[in-house]
Design a protein around this ligand. Structure first.
Ligand code: 26Y
Length: 842
């Protein structure tokens, strides 16, 4: 058998070599002496793509033939990271590619490094969508992801000499993208602006004509499941002008007008918006926009563009879904039997009035039947962690929607009118309730509350962790719970794919786990990690486990030393906080804690310092443009320059955090920080990735931290801080000027004011919110217990054997945080879809 395997491998390697050479010579038109790593990457990627396309075709054909129910995951973000390594692993061909490339004189890892991340997302929400697509394919669930093909993904982050973030464009498509298949023939026409009419009766068909038509062109990205033939699809839409068809303008000689219109259309998918906070900052200029009505109004140009993005995406996707449905020749009432559409937050909520428009205006369905179809089709996932702040919910100005989508505004008004009639029936004479629940918020201008529209247009609304789902009901939509009952609201705790976040990013640990369990089954059934428990106290196993962590630490340290000028102690406890930089995530609490540690170390004699566990504090993350973050770099500058302390404490900020960088950082971490103010982080997903990779957590009782501790044991998590229930009272105390500031915090503030970290200007905004303002995120209230938890970490780390035991238990108990579990829960409880195995002969 072994000889046979060797024979098969040899054949596979030869095939790989031949396929790569073929692409080098033909597709890329390179002579053999003119091949660099980038070319090699492109050729190898194209050959993997060929394999994917074959499977993709079989999958799509089979799904169509079998008339299966499909899931459509509508997400404005898919933070996929790199595809090459992941695709090879999911297809089970990494070994022959490794050997084949070696034969050709190349090293697989170096070749892989030529790939640019697919950064089509901001953070948690986008990465979650990517994990779910991996699980959907792996579980053989027929699914499509729908999103936009941004020419510029999330900006690249550079840190300037003042320690500030500079944003530069991310031209990820520059070298062409081997993972996508352009479908120029399948473009969809999308109308914007124009004139709308209502039907003759209250629920009759309306019309929408005129305005501007733009094209949405699909580019497909195959998503292979792990160890299965199923290859699903992410369809990304790219906006194009219709200029090539608009010969009238060309013939009239008005070339410039024709081109300008096309360029304006293409602007729609030029860039991914860096997040909601940036919309509040004044980074987008106000411009005058002419309305189709006889008055003019100022719109924020950025907001108008974002609404155009949302509509183009949603309209093109629904057009696609409906076209597929029409081929089945079923009545429209059967639509929800074939289609489950999941709204990833409120960004695709326009899909609700758009499907109403298609059904009522174009397909002649009665309004009430159409509304029933809509509700049975959609599910809505809320990710708004700041659940105590309803302002965080998405709202659009009525005049803006009227201007861009006049027919949809009418439909939204009508949905609202009929909905409020129902509310009135159930709760007579309750004007305040009607105002609270209305889809329209009164004011100048009036605003459409997208979350309310998403709730009433869906059959299920879910939060993303147990605590969060409770807050969604209590704080966000209590009136809707009373109206529709508890059953419409549910929880699906987030999950992560162990394929990327262990098997791929931590191959050594994966190999040890496989060896210990005697099987690779854990990759598909993460609960199997439980089998590691029995080795938790086994000295030999502990040693192997710890040496893998050290290897991963070394790798991160090498990365740090090659990208920054910081020299690090390789035996230091690596303490990591990597995530988007946001006030509520409290990187500030961490950096103030680092200062306190520094002050403490300074007070010790050199021989006393030697007894303190050495630390390397690693920060990373992108901030909304205009958000201050330079204080982290000010602190790191002072501490890293201090010769007495260097060995005991160093602080680095790693620029341009991304999925690929996460794959290096996470396996190396001993401790990671998930320290948001209680009730503000909807779930968090990196907490799961760190724990799965045998890192311990320090955190607040927030988001999924709580459930992680339930699973792995309280004794293995360093919890601190106030709980959600206490947050309102503490905030009131600050507002009333009755808050107490702990002495440790005052000591840190004195050090900052003394000029220890530069002139201190970079700390002013932070100190202002804590002292001048109302300390909304309760830094001062949680500071003492944060320091206490960090002391517990030091104590625990000294006893290495017991620390390693904790980390083994942690990994062993993370099974329930698999995205496979989460996706199965969506499939059973929300989508009502079944796995469909693609036969080998298909
Ligand atoms: C309105 C628009 C500009 C917008 C764009 C992106 C609004 C929100 C977002 C992104 C939100 C997000 O990433 N939320 C995170 O979702 C994760 C997955 O559920 C959670 O783990 C995390 O706690 C939450 O902050």
């Amino acid at each position: 058998a072994i000889a046979k395997n060797a024979e098969t491998l040899k054949k596979d390697v030869e095939t790989v070599e031949a396929q790569i050479s073929h692409h080098v010579h033909t597709t890329l038109a390179r002579a053999p002496f003119n091949v660099d790593e980038l070319t090699m990457y492109q050729a190898a990627a194209l050959s993997v793509r060929d394999r994917l396309i074959a499977r993709w075709n079989e999958t799509q054909t089979f799904h169509t033939q079998q008339r299966v129910k499909r899931v459509y995951y509508l997400s404005l973000e898919f933070l996929m990271g790199r595809q090459f390594d992941n695709a090879m692993l999911n297809l089970g061909v990494k070994k022959p590619y490794n050997d084949g490339l070696k034969q050709l004189g190349f090293n697989l890892e170096d070749v892989s490094d030529s790939e640019r991340d697919m950064g089509l997302g901001n953070g948690g929400l986008g990465r979650l969508a990517a994990c779910y697509l991996d699980s959907l394919a792996t579980l053989d669930i027929p699914a499509f992801g729908y999103t936009l093909r941004y020419q510029q993904g999330i900006f690249r982050q550079i840190i300037n000499s003042n320690g500030e973030q500079v944003e530069v464009p991310d031209p990820w498509l520059e070298n062409t993208n081997p993972w996508e298949i352009p479908r120029l023939d399948a473009a969809v026409e999308i109308r914007l602006h124009g004139e709308a009419t209502r039907g003759d009766n209250a629920k009759g068909a309306g019309t929408w004509t005129g305005g501007l038509e733009v094209l949405a062109v699909p580019y497909d990205i195959p998503v292979p499941g792990f160890g299965t033939k199923t290859t699903n699809n992410i369809r990304t839409w790219s906006a194009r002008g219709k200029v090539s068809f608009d010969l009238a303008k060309f013939n009239a000689g008005d070339y410039e007008a024709a081109v300008r219109e096309a360029e304006e259309a293409e602007t729609i998918t030029r860039v991914l918006y860096p997040n909601e906070a940036s919309l509040r900052h004044a980074t987008y200029i106000l411009v005058q926009v002419e309305l189709t009505h006889d008055f003019e109004q100022n719109f924020d140009k950025g907001k108008a563009l974002r609404l155009k993005q949302q509509y183009l995406w949603v309209a093109a996707s629904l057009h696609d879904i409906c076209r597929r449905f029409r081929k089945l020749r079923e009545p429209w009432t059967a639509f929800p039997d074939y289609n489950a559409i999941q709204l990833n937050d409120t960004h695709p909520t326009l899909a609700i009035p758009e499907l109403m428009r298609i059904l009522v205006d174009e397909e002649g369905q009665p309004w009430d039947e159409a509304w029933d179809i809509v509700r049975r089709t959609f599910g809505y996932t809320n990710h708004t962690g700041a659940a105590l702040m309803t302002e965080a919910l998405e709202r659009w100005a009525v005049p803006l929607i009227e201007w861009l989508l006049p027919r949809h505004m009418q439909i939204i008004y009508d949905i609202n009118a009929f909905f409020l009639e129902e509310v009135e029936k159930k709760f007579p004479n309750d004007r305040a309730r009607l105002a609270r629940m209305s889809l329209i918020e009164e004011g100048y201008p009036k605003m459409v509350r997208m979350a309310h529209l998403a709730v009433i247009g869906s059959h299920r609304v879910n939060g993303v962790a147990a605590l969060h789902s409770r807050l969604v009901k209590q704080d966000l939509f209590p009136d809707f719970v009373e109206m529709f009952g508890q059953d419409r609201f549910t929880n699906v705790t987030n999950g992560i794919t162990a394929r990327r976040w262990l098997y791929q990013c931590n191959p050594q640990l994966a190999a040890l786990i496989t060896q210990a369990l005697g099987t690779e089954e854990w990759i598909l059934d993460l609960d199997k990690l439980k089998g590691l428990e029995k080795y938790a106290r086994d000295k030999k196993f502990q040693k192997e486990w710890a040496s893998i962590k050290q290897a991963n630490r070394d790798r991160l340290c090498e990365y740090i030393e090659s990208t920054t000028d910081v020299k690090v102690n390789r035996k230091a406890l690596i303490d990591v906080q990597v995530k988007r930089i946001h006030e509520y995530k409290r990187q500030s609490l961490n950096i103030l804690g680092v200062i306190f540690r520094y002050l403490t170390l300074k007070k010790l004699k050199p021989e006393e310092r030697k007894r303190v566990v050495p630390r390397l504090s690693v920060f990373g993350g992108k901030a909304a443009p205009g958000y201050y973050m330079a204080n982290i770099n000010a602190v790191s500058k002072t501490i890293n320059a201090d010769k007495d302390i260097r060995e005991h404490l160093s602080v680095v900020f790693l620029a341009d955090y991304s999925v690929s960088l996460a794959e290096i950082i996470i396996p190396a971490s001993d401790l990671s920080e998930h320290i948001s103010t209680a009730g503000t982080e909807a779930s968090g997903t990196s907490n799961m990735k760190f724990a799965l990779n045998s890192g311990l957590l320090i955190g607040t009782l927030d988001g999924a931290n709580i459930e992680i501790a339930e699973a792995i044991g309280d004794e293995n998590v360093f919890f601190f801080g106030n709980v959600t229930e206490d947050v309102p009272r503490l905030r009131r105390a600050h507002q009333a000027g009755e808050a107490q500031y702990p002495p440790e915090l005052m000591e840190v503030v004195d050090a900052i004011r003394s000029g220890m970290f530069g002139d201190g200007g970079v700390f002013e905004p932070l100190l202002n919110t804590i002292f001048g303002g109302k300390d909304y995120y309760l830094i001062s209230d949680d500071f003492t217990s944060y320091l206490e938890a960090q002391r517990m970490v030091d104590v625990a780390f000294v006893d290495q054997s017991s620390w390693v035991e904790k980390t083994i238990h942690t990994t062993a108990r993370m099974g329930r945080f698999a995205s496979d579990r989460a996706v199965m829960q969506y499939a059973d409880e929300i989508w009502n879809v079944e796995p469909v195995k693609i036969p080998d002969s298909a």
